[in-house]
Design a protein around this ligand. Structure first.
Ligand code: NI
Length: 171
């Protein structure tokens, strides 16, 4: 079911989400709603708090693991990750121009760890392990940030952030 996406400056986006203790129907329904919402609004990932559910679950597009050659369309391949944990494999900074379903009409360059791993489980409780570099690494960190109540605009300069906040207030 399509659910409304919370948008900045909704204070609920700063809440820290709770770990998932057991994968029951409520978790499976949540994952389905996240997937329906992501496919409808479009994007490369979504986290549960973005649809107002404060539990640790994200969906990421693992087609980004492969290099997308210029002009070649690779179908999106969404994976549900329950209780994702990020491990930094290469702390060198990689800069990506990020956007977010919860931060409409704005993109900004964000510096994050160049290479990370994400560990968690799928909806059957089986372990999941991804390693990502560059753009995919940024996506994994971006989605996990949502579970800790952080948006990418919390990681940009004060000046850029206040420009965005002013723009939002004019609306
Ligand atoms: Ni986001």
């Amino acid at each position: 079911m399509l659910r409304p996406v919370l948008q900045f400056p909704d204070p609920r986006l700063t809440k820290v989400s709770e770990p998932i203790e057991s994968i029951d129907d409520s978790v499976r329904e949540l994952a389905q709603d996240m997937l329906d919402t992501l496919k409808t609004v479009g994007g490369v990932g979504i986290a549960a708090p973005q649809i107002g559910v404060f539990r640790r679950i994200v969906i990421v597009d693992v087609s980004l693991l492969e290099e997308h050659p210029e002009g070649v369309e690779i179908p999106q391949d969404f994976r549900v990750v329950v209780n994702p944990v990020i491990t930094v494999l290469d702390p060198a900074k990689h800069i990506e121009n990020e956007g977010c379903l919860s931060v409409p009409d704005f993109r900004a360059k964000v510096a994050r760890s160049k290479r990370v791993a994400m560990d968690g489980t799928d909806l059957d409780g089986k372990p999941i392990h991804f390693e990502g570099e560059g753009y995919f690494s940024a996506c994994l960190q971006h989605e996990t940030d949502h579970l800790d109540g952080k948006l990418f605009i919390d990681r940009i300069s004060y000046l850029k952030r206040s420009m965005y906040e002013k723009k939002m207030k004019k609306k």
